[in-house]
Design a protein around this ligand. Structure first.
Ligand code: HEM
Length: 517
């Protein structure tokens, strides 16, 4: 008969006898379960002690508890409050600290430049988790340095000043839609109204990206007020958020992510637009989509580096991720900073002539000399960098930062918030002082080496000029027509992919400037 059956039939193998016999299953008179539990606790304790005192990153300061449990960090992460935790830890430990043994945070300007620009460390795998498929990832999410280098070289001309000029009319036409809607709304309300600028700008940013990266407006601004508007894309922001959320969850649930389903409905909206463009020849329209389609055809001819229609589809969705909420949230935060500092807002108004609420929206060309507005935008981006943690990792080789050894395969994050608030680089960092960006002012000049709202190095923001045009155009148009006033007292933020408002609402009071309707 089978030995196991024999054992179960033998009275010498009952649990009582095991306890008293002191066999491997019952040490010190405890059950197998308890012994297992003790073994795990002792092992975890050993790992914690090793991480805290005997790891190669041990000389870097950081919270001790995290060597035994990551629960506090997880708690902040799940609540979208990791940024508060990181701020607090930088305040306590200085420009470099570690969370556990293999996650280092750095806020020193030289160290960030060295790691991100000079060494160009690859992005952490979290970015790859945001892509639909790492094999066809776009510029933003790829973690492969060589693949990124080729793609960046290929796509850079699309973001040059010259090519971006082709996009100006799309920017202006989408912006016109929003301000036409505002003019109608304010007339209905007798010259004064409250608007949820956070939501309105999110819709506008997506309409602009629809026009420029997918060949048509998503019509989200029209859907705000007009029940008869084409609502085909009305869910796109929601679907994009779902897609990113699932990507984040899957990343944290590895290795079980294969069994999880990701919501890809956003692609059902965008892929047909890309397919449609691929099916057309002799397209006159010069937008980002056409640039990608042409690049794809060129590459296929030369067979140098494969760029397929799927790559283009994935790249387009990534542009929506990288360029939408980043820009619209930044504009909201600049308005918030101005409303919190009425004297700066008044000074800005002095530099922007009044315009009629029905006047044509200006072109980007017309907005060249806007020194104080530019300073207000820069200072807003300093105080509210929307991508405030840039995650990188060491590869097979170690590196050093601020004199500390950083071993291979260690995550290193650049903390942009801590950098932008460091008293070492910034005069009165908690104050909104646009003048620091104006060299002739009496406020000490900004340290431009410590200013990185668009990142730094080969992976900096390829769309920064595009974002600048949008921010300037929208702010200028709004402020030239309307007087704004504060409605929201306090707002709180959360950070997942970008820095968002906890509640998706920022109400602003709006009056027609000089009372003309
Ligand atoms: C105010 C608005 C914006 C801010 C603050 C911003 C910020 C950033 C930052 C900090 C990075 C670097 C991320 C990293 O190093 O991990 C980045 C990358 C990127 N951004 Fe932006 N961005 C903005 C708008 C845009 C727009 C409008 C577009 C395109 C239409 C865009 C496209 C991209 C892309 C494709 C990348 C990846 C570049 C690469 O790795 O080569 N961004 N952005």
């Amino acid at each position: 008969m089978n030995a196991a059956l024999n054992a179960s039939a033998d009275p010498a193998w009952t649990s009582e006898s095991l306890k008293s016999s002191g066999s491997i299953f019952s040490l010190g008179g405890r059950s197998l379960f308890l012994n297992g539990l003790y073994a795990i606790v002792i092992y975890l304790f050993y790992l914690g002690v090793k991480g805290k005192y005997f790891h190669s990153t041990s000389p870097i300061p950081g919270p001790s508890l995290l060597h035994w449990t990551m629960l506090p960090a997880l708690y902040y992460y799940i609540r979208g409050e990791q940024w508060k935790y990181v701020d607090k830890l930088h305040e306590k430990y200085g420009p470099i600290f570690r969370m556990g043994s293999r996650q280092i945070y750095v806020s020193d300007k030289e160290a960030i430049r060295q790691l991100l620009a000079k060494e160009n460390l690859p992005k952490v795998n979290w970015y790859a988790g945001l892509s639909r498929d790492p094999k066809t990832a776009g510029l933003f999410t790829t973690t492969n340095k060589e693949y990124h280098r080729q793609r960046r070289r290929l796509f850079s001309p699309a973001f040059s000043v010259e090519y971006l000029k082709n996009l100006d009319p799309f920017l202006t036409s989408a912006t016109t839609m929003l301000f036409e809607a505002y003019a109608k709304r304010i007339r209905k309300n007798g010259g004064e109204m409250k608007v949820n600028i956070y939501e309105d700008l999110a819709c506008l940013a997506m309409d602009i990206l629809g026009e420029t990266t997918l060949g048509r407006s998503f019509n989200l601004v029209s859907c705000l007020d007009d029940p008869t508007a084409d609502r085909q894309f009305v869910d796109i922001n929601h679907l994009l958020a779902k897609y990113l959320h699932d990507g984040g969850i899957q990343f944290f649930c590895r290795p079980f992510d294969k069994y999880m389903k990701r919501n890809l409905d956003v692609y059902k909206l965008t892929n047909p637009l890309v397919q449609d463009r691929f099916s057309q020849t002799d397209v006159e329209r010069k937008d980002l989509l056409q640039f990608l389609v042409n690049a794809c055809r060129e590459v296929q001819k030369g067979q140098k580096d494969l760029l397929t229609q799927t790559h283009v589809q994935d790249q387009c969705v990534e542009l929506l991720i990288a360029g939408g909420e980043t820009t619209s949230n930044t504009i909201t935060y600049i308005l918030k900073a101005l409303l919190d500092n009425p004297e700066k807002l008044a000074k800005l108004y002095e530099t922007i002539p009044t315009a009629d609420i029905d006047a044509p929206v200006c072109t980007i060309e017309e907005l060249r000399e806007t020194e104080y507005l530019d300073a207000c935008i820069n200072e807003g981006m300093r105080m509210y960098p929307v991508t405030n943690e840039l995650g990188r990792r060491t590869g097979k080789e170690p590196t050093t930062a601020l004199g500390h050894y950083i071993p291979p395969r260690t995550a290193v994050s650049a903390s942009l918030r801590a950098l932008h608030y460091s008293p070492e680089y910034w005069y009165k960092p908690k104050e909104y002082l646009p003048e620091r960006f104006i060299p002739s002012s009496d406020v000490p000049d900004a340290d431009m080496g410590a200013f990185m709202p668009f990142g730094t190095g080969p992976r900096n923001c390829i769309g920064w000029k595009f974002a600048w045009s949008e921010m300037k155009l929208v702010l200028y148009t709004l402020l030239s027509r309307y007087e704004i006033y504060k409605v929201e007292k306090e707002v709180d933020f959360r950070q997942f992919v970008t820095f968002q408002l906890k509640e998706p609402r920022f109400l602003v009071g709006v009056k027609v400037r000089e009372g003309k309707i």
